[in-house]
Design a binder for this molecule. Structure first.
Ligand code: DI6
Ligand code: FE
Length: 409
């Protein structure tokens, strides 16, 4: 073992490597972990530690805490203008999310505020949201566009998402969600809007390398299967990966369509059928569960967790941070809700924000696990056992955060 390139060594630490998928934490107690050039270069039992040059290695006492991969929030809409507290009040008076959307509120009302905001204003509004996630252990986040619904504003949102990664030590993966809602100016001709998405927006987004993936809200209040397929086919032509918001409020079959396009993930999924789960399994897709939206919309229909387990579909957990259905910037709270609302085990929930969150973003080869060769994105927690991360919230147990080998908290 050549230890001469080691730069940092964590000692006196317990590891939840998350290398076993949903089936466990992959625990190594009384461990050590070495870092070089932003990558994990050694990990194992401290007693098996090879000799190293103490003069040239920065040795850090992990104080008996637990280390996990840096958390991954694989589904957010955290760049947007304004807020929708007024609609929250309307819903408390009995109006449904769909009724509000149909009456010109909902996504469309955030679009107005987002179009009116400058890049700097959007950045200033999004920064506290990403900061909140980061301070709770997030080192990778996905951010979607979708509150512009015109070419200029969609591009503005994606640029702001990119700027966020320069403000904070967080990897930002960007997803173009032009097909999030029909903008008012296309109210009577949604197909014409889909043409704009496919013929103008996606080519520009691809050309300027502003996104890694394309997403569609496939739903009664969003886009139908035919419109969704147009967007998927265009994304494919431009070598962009595919994601989908599907089966959130009804079962339209968006997930099965996405499976035929080799999509990375299908997200929400409360109304997903067994056939949909099978299709996901065959296409090796990730199921992204969003307990915050389920909670905030007071949904009662549970996603088909038993089928997802039975067919071995990887389950990721994310915040869905957005102004309408999940105004929540806490992945720790999502860990708790995944267990209390969806009955995931704490190990499944933690896999959902580490290895499976990485899978939902196509990052399985570099992030989401403690493994030699993987990025040294690491979170340390002052806890006695990993399940505490799901059990308690409101007290932040994060004791250190390492991004690409560098201690940032
Ligand atoms: N599903 C959601 O939960 C969010 N978008 C979507 O397609 C909601 C977005 C919003 O209400 O602003
Ligand atoms: Fe969403």
């Amino acid at each position: 073992m050549n230890t001469s390139r080691w730069q940092t060594l964590w000692l006196n630490i317990n590891l939840a490597t998350m290398t076993q998928g949903s089936s466990g934490y992959g625990v190594i107690e009384e461990a050590a972990l070495a870092i070089s050039e932003g990558k994990i270069v050694w990990l194992g039992k401290a007693q098996d530690l090879p000799g190293f040059d103490k003069a040239n290695v920065d040795v850090i006492d992990g104080k008996g805490h637990w280390m996990t991969p840096g958390l991954i929030d694989c589904h957010t809409h955290l760049v947007y203008g304004g807020n929708r507290a007024n609609e929250f009040e309307m819903r408390l008076q009995g109006k449904s999310y769909e009724e509000i959307a149909k009456a010109g509120g909902g996504i469309v009302s955030t679009v107005k505020a987002t179009r009116a905001a400058t890049e700097d204003e959007l950045l200033a509004e999004a920064l506290p949201r990403l900061t909140a996630l980061h301070q709770q252990g997030v080192t990778t986040v996905e951010i979607k566009s979708g509150y512009g619904l015109d070419t200029i504003t969609e591009i503005k949102m994606l640029k702001v998402a990119g700027q966020l990664s320069e403000k904070l030590p967080v990897t930002v993966k960007r997803t173009f969600l032009g097909a999030h809602a029909v903008p008012v100016e296309y109210k009577d001709d949604p197909d014409a809007y889909i043409n704009l998405v496919c013929n103008e927006m996606i080519p520009q987004v691809a050309e300027q390398k502003l996104a890694d993936a394309v997403d569609v809200f496939c739903e009664g209040i969003g886009f139908d299967l035919q419109q969704t397929e147009c967007v998927f086919a265009t994304a494919k032509q431009h070598d962009l990966r595919i994601k989908v918001h599907a089966e959130q409020l009804s079962d339209l079959g968006g997930t099965e369509l996405a499976a035929r396009y080799n999509a990375l993930s299908s997200d929400h999924l409360e109304f997903l059928s067994e056939a949909g789960v099978k299709a996901m399994s065959e296409a090796n897709m990730t199921a992204v569960l969003l307990p915050g939206a389920f909670y905030f919309l007071r949904e009662t229909k549970q996603p088909p967790i038993e089928y997802l387990r039975k067919y071995g579909v990887a389950m990721a957990i994310a915040t869905d941070a957005n102004p309408g259905s999940s105004p929540i910037c806490s992945l720790q709270l999502m860990l708790n809700m995944a267990c209390t609302l969806f009955r995931l085990t704490p190990a499944e929930a933690l896999a959902g924000v580490t290895c499976h969150g990485a899978k939902a973003l196509g990052l399985s080869a570099t992030k989401g696990m403690l493994k030699v060769g993987y990025d040294a994105d690491l979170a340390c927690w002052d806890i006695e056992q990993p399940a505490e991360l799901c059990y308690q919230f409101g007290v932040n147990p994060l004791s250190a955060l390492i991004k690409a080998g560098r201690k940032v908290i």
